[in-house]
Write a protein that binds this ligand. Structure first.
Ligand SMILES: [Zn+2]
Ligand SMILES: [Zn+2]
Ligand SMILES: [Zn+2]
Length: 264
């Protein structure tokens, strides 16, 4: 890789100070720089080995025995995991809570990807079942990138509202596709969308949807967002507004007496 880029990245990340620095914080910082600079998996390994310092490297070599650093199966991820086992040999829930709390949205990470990452990390935190949703909500709000954070209202938004705001933010950042040409013979490819979050199924990487904690504001049913609600395009019988059914209507109830309105 480009030597200048490598040197400047190592400078920015800083060398790891064994015995003083916090390994968890260090890896998060490293990941964030890698993400921002489009660093490939191979380059990550190269930079990581150069940055962790002699003492950590010595430890690493012992940890991965009989494998060797140059072995192809010793990837960047493999190295990070091995050193994590070394620095935190008996991880308890407070370790995982720390990991969860330190996990911020990365420079090029979508909100969708951020939710997936936090849902994975929250499993080991062992928060009481009742408190899980608000823990996730709070971390999404505090960990979001600045441009997204502005869109959240930390005082009033529910988890589902945070989900929807974040996913709409993702959409707003995708450059709009050119409008389809009229009389074009080719059919528009219909993208299969997730019934929970309306994000293309292909983006879920065959994993269960991370938005199953949602509560739909359109129909009041748990397990999907109003963005994905089947009533999304129907009008409410009460207020004629779109996106919700009468049961969920916030407008005052209209009394229907069966009479036709008198025309003036
Ligand atoms: Zn989904
Ligand atoms: Zn719904
Ligand atoms: Zn309504």
């Amino acid at each position: 890789m480009d030597v200048e880029l490598k040197t400047s990245l190592i400078n920015e990340i800083g060398l790891f100070d064994y015995g003083k620095a916090n390994w968890l914080e260090y890896t998060i910082k490293m990941d964030s720089y890698f993400q921002a600079n489009f660093i490939s998996s191979e380059q990550k390994k190269e930079i990581c080995i150069a940055a962790v310092g002699g003492k950590t490297l010595k430890t690493l070599k012992v940890m991965i025995r009989p494998k060797k650093l140059q072995d192809p199966e010793v990837t960047y991820e493999f190295i990070i995991e091995a050193l994590e086992r070394h620095f935190y040999p008996n991880p308890d829930s407070s370790f995982y809570i720390n990991k969860f709390t330190l996990r911020k949205q990365m420079p090029r990470e979508s909100f969708f990807e951020y939710v997936v990452a936090l849902r994975k990390l929250i499993i080991n935190c062992r928060f009481p079942k009742k408190g899980q949703h608000s823990k996730l909500r709070n971390q999404l709000i505090t960990g979001a990138r600045e441009a997204l954070k502005e869109k959240f209202n930390a005082n009033s938004m529910s988890l589902s509202q945070v989900f929807e705001t974040g996913l709409l933010w993702d959409d707003s950042r995708i450059p709009a596709a050119a409008p389809p040409r009229r009389n074009h013979k080719a059919r528009i490819n219909r993208v299969a969308k997730c019934f929970r979050c309306a994000v293309p199924v292909s983006k879920h990487n065959n994993q269960p949807c991370s938005f199953d904690w949602a509560l739909c504001s359109g129909c009041g049913v748990k397990g999907h967002l109003s963005l994905a609600c089947k009533y999304k395009d129907l009008s409410c019988n009460n207020c004629q507004g779109k996106g919700h059914i009468a049961k969920m209507c916030k407008a005052p109830a209209v009394i229907q007496n069966g009479e036709k309105p008198v025309e003036v």
